[in-house]
Design a protein around this ligand. Sequence first.
Ligand code: ADP
Ligand code: MG
Length: 722
Amino acid sequence: MKRFVKNIASEREYVVAREKEVPVSQYYGEDTFNFDVMRQKLPADVCKKLMNCIKEADKLDTEIAQTVAHAMKEWAIDKGATHFCHWFQPMTGTTAEKHDSFIELTEEGIPIERFSASQLVKGEPDASSFPSGGLRSTFEARGYTAWDPSSPAFILRNGIGATLCIPTVFLSYTGEALDNKTPLLRSINVLNKSALHMMRLLGNDKATRVLATLGPEQEYFLIDMDYYYKRPDLALTGRTLIGAPPSKGQQLEDHYFGSIKERILSYMHDVEEELYKLGIPAKTRHNEVAPAQYEIAPIFEEANIAVDHNHLIMETLKRVAQKHKLAALLHEKPFAGINGSGKHCNWSLSDNFGNNLLNPGQSPQDNVQFLVFLTATIRSVYYHADLLRASIASSSNDHRLGANEAPPAIISVFLGEQLTKILYDIEQGVITKATNKAIIDMGLSTLPVLSKDNTDRNRTSPFAFTGNKFEFRAVGSSQSIALPITILNTIVAESLDILADKIGTKSGDVRQAAIDVIREEFKTVKPILFMGDNYSKEWEKEAAKRGLPNKKVTAEALEDLVTDKAKELFNKYGVFSTVELEARYTIRLERYIKEIDIEAKTLLDMVKTKVIPAALRYQNSIASSCLRIKDLLGDRAPLDAQKQLCETVAALSNDIIKEADKLSRLIEKATAMHDEIEQAKLYAYDVKLQMEALRSKVDLIETVASDNLWPFPRLWEMLFIS
Ligand code: ADP
Ligand code: MG
């Protein structure tokens, strides 16, 4: 069924003609092998087993795989799919797919479409070209993918092709996780266990499962594709490496929540249609703070699915942009001088009845449970702020963290006034007097009814409680959110277990015991709370006094992934083995080095092959013009200011050549280094500093050089023309 006819008439013109209006609810999820399809296509007993496996995390009964594979194939072919693939998330941070056609030839050479149970359940992509961070030697380059039934299979449409994608994990033959999904799934199970244990202890025996819920708000930029391809820096590194700041940036604050331009809205509409077909609940869209910056946020989902869906959202944003002759930039800092992009990860816990465990309850019992989960989360951030920081560390996010628009590299927790007061009151044994709220007698002390509306906002906080969920705001826009969420799930599980142990050792009423434990814990962990302005210099000093980590540079922040503390934690919970953890560290460090290396070389190339020639041409044009005017007018020629301009341009050109040379030599030095940690530091400090030094000269000359001669689209054009 064709719903839309799209026609991109010319580069700047596009027409979206609607053939027929179909409410979203009628096609939502039509390209996913969802519960509805399962019910229609599978025999009742198979359907039930599969659903139990999905909803209750039961072990997959492989006997049903044949039936499921057959139904999936029929369904996919019906949808126009010719190929299938195992869709997985290698440690590159993106997704990978290797397509196989359904077509096989019988012995008589007759083509038939076939998709077997084993093809559904297991795949064997050659793993040798994926980063393994040293794991490779232990598994001899071979890896396999295995079906993750908890995330629905879907049809990926790209151009005229349609492919059945099966979400999978990616493992080595010796069982090490080569991907981001496996540890995430492990952490989800770990959290489930610890949370259930705590709930039982507190007398809640109804829930049978606890899920981490996740709603990532994805920020991105859109610029005209024409400009994008004329900028090697954008095409190769995702950000502009040079460019004089436009006179208008975001100072008028007229973009945030402004009316969305028609071209952009058509694009968003198209993106959302694709997402709805994939069963991705895109909910909000709006202009963000910087010019040409936007945001899309889905309704929250179970964490595993939310992570898969975030990957699909990122891919869809990029793919659909091409159709609209736009380029979607997911980089954390595509343009200096204006806001960069993040991905606020809203995170909470839900039981199998959909009760949000971070929702302040209406009953005393709920309130104690709420306070325990809240304290466990705060506690986990206090002890593992370094891990959360490391989970979001990348060369691109370094540009954003602490840049007065995004949270700093110091991880702290924002709670809001009311909750902070309650925790302090508990700590000090003061009975909270709620002034305008009903008081619930807990028989122990009194707590006010907590209400979501009472929580205030602090946009500068990296980890804020926002009413009924935490919002991890320091996460980068381009990254896979699997690792931050894996770490968050695991550290909260650990804190829940530790609190449970402490509560368990106390005699008497369990709720009283819980309040006592909260009191004791809070005394230790309260330095992680910060309600003030996270951008301020005073906070940096104060945080240092409190002993909170503040590693501004990825090269250093990553080291915290492989401390003894980290290894012990992840080993204990079986989320990462030591080699798995070390592999992630190695891969991220290597990636960091390579990314800056690519940036530095791209910058050099742009400067040497375009900027310097343009500068020299301009210099020459002023010089020859002066000479000719002198010929013509002799001593009457008013040339003093023109000579001055010529001198300015000549001096800048000279500087640029020198600075470029210095950068060249630094890259050579870095390339020759063998110690990766030292190498990373050279890139982090010397190379980046030299890139800045070169850039500042280039940006200066851009402001005086002839626009006709300037070899790249300028920032103002990219940001304001679309
Ligand atoms: P705000 O009040 O912060 O603007 P919303 O309620 O609109 O928030 O939610 C913002 C984001 O948080 C959305 O992406 C939403 O899906 C997500 N979110 C809301 N509740 C939860 C939850 N319980 N768990 C995870 N994410 C949630
Ligand atoms: Mg936002």
